[in-house]
Design a protein around this ligand. Structure first.
Ligand code: ZN
Length: 390
């Protein structure tokens, strides 16, 4: 028996519809979205909005056991110093936290996740999960002599994942501009070219990242110098982090720039001149947690089709909820319309990851259906809640 669903508003991934009916088959596949008159059936009615299931474009599920363990407001160099020793924990503690965090995402109406992996910790869970994943095997080392070993680590992770979970998407990806040598960037690019892989990279998450590239100084430069053999090969480019780094990334892959807390409009223009295949991932709650600062979202909204949303990890967030990220954006940038925010959390992310059956109510898709309660104007508010209803 098909299901007929209606609401004050139905957001189909691109547009908001009123007086419309969404028809699903028993497997949750979209049969149609059409006007009430055309349909003729009496639908189940929801107050608020129905929209496709959410996509969490940036998560580190394997860090879920660090919930509440890292002090807020230490800025990124301080955060990294705390995470490195604290991420070590017993296997059972890590596994239990992964299962609980995944349940939190399912309860939040998330249907798919772009997840960063530095280990195999999440693979057994992913192999049996109902969520769709793309796993980014993240590699880093500022030491060019270690580039081959680091790439091989990423490749080993990738082949372990393919053994355990053959249908999963995965790619090898660089951690951040400051933590990857030019030699390692080259090897990652070659591997992405062969695999047609997606790239995700943390970008301009802290102010001293730009300082490092402009003048080889500052807190991030000093932190990198203090690890292992330091960074004797590093030379300042004289440009900020994004213009210095984008030219090291492949033009034939989709590139996800994550955080962008200190990105300015000149950085965006320079990056887009190099490649149009850029998406910007906003993780506002993690930015507030780590840096107590938000990106200047207004400079990104002219590229609204290229914005997506992520939760980052429970090391830097108290929830893995896309709706909570949207509420935080709305609270700090009230001019952002709900329709735009929902597009970021659904169809934009599906475009980046190439998930054609997600993020849309087009006939044939299997997007999952979320019900979101709204204020009188049909906008997301601080008291909005989400429930998966299809
Ligand atoms: Zn991250």
């Amino acid at each position: 028996m098909p299901r007929y669903l209606s609401a004050d508003y139905i957001f189909d991934g691109a547009k908001m519809h009123r007086n419309s009916v969404l028809v699903l088959n028993e497997e949750g596949q979209v049969i149609s979205l059409s006007s009430e008159e055309e349909q003729g059936e009496t639908p189940e009615f929801f107050k608020g909005i129905l929209c496709p299931g959410f996509i969490n474009s940036h998560c580190h599920l394997e860090l879920s056991h660090l919930k509440g363990k890292i002090e807020k407001g230490k800025t990124l160099p301080g955060f990294i110093k705390e995470v490195v020793p604290k991420r070590l924990a017993s296997g059972s503690e890590i596994d239990a936290a992964i299962v609980a965090a995944e349940k939190e995402m399912l309860d939040d109406g998330i249907v798919a996740v772009g997840d960063i992996c530095n280990s195999e910790a999440t693979f057994p869970r992913k192999a049996v999960s109902e969520l769709v994943y793309h796993s980014f095997m993240e590699v880093f080392s500022p030491d060019p002599a270690k580039a081959h070993d680091m790439l091989n680590l990423g490749k080993t992770l990738q082949s372990r994942m393919k053994q355990m979970y053959p249908q999963s998407g995965s790619s090898i990806t660089p951690h951040a501009p400051y933590s990857v040598s030019d030699s390692l960037f080259k090897l990652i690019n070659e591997s992405c070219y062969v695999d047609d892989g997606l790239i995700s990279i943390h970008n301009q998450e802290t102010v001293s990242e730009d300082e490092m590239f402009v003048s080889a100084s500052g807190t991030m430069y000093e932190l990198m110098n203090a690890f292992g053999n330091g960074i004797p090969h590093f030379r300042a480019s004289g440009f900020r982090s994004l213009p210095s780094t984008i030219v090291k990334l492949p033009r034939c892959s989709n590139v996800l720039l994550v955080h962008n807390t200190f990105t300015n409009s000149d950085d965006i223009e320079r990056a887009l001149k190099y490649t149009p295949r850029i998406w910007f991932c906003l993780c506002p709650k993690a930015n507030l947690y780590i840096e107590n600062r938000l990106p200047d979202v207004n400079i990104f909204t002219s590229y609204s089709d290229k914005i997506v949303v992520g939760t980052d990890s429970l090391a830097s967030n108290d929830t893995l909820s896309v709706l909570e990220e949207l509420k935080t954006l709305k609270e700090h940038f009230p001019q952002l319309k709900t329709q735009m925010l929902l597009q970021w959390a659904t169809s934009n992310a599906a475009d980046f990851f190439g998930w054609k059956e997600l993020g849309t109510f087009k006939a044939g898709a299997y997007p999952g259906v979320n019900h979101i309660s709204t204020d009188e104007e049909g906008e997301i508010s601080a008291s909005s809640k989400v429930k998966r209803v299809g």
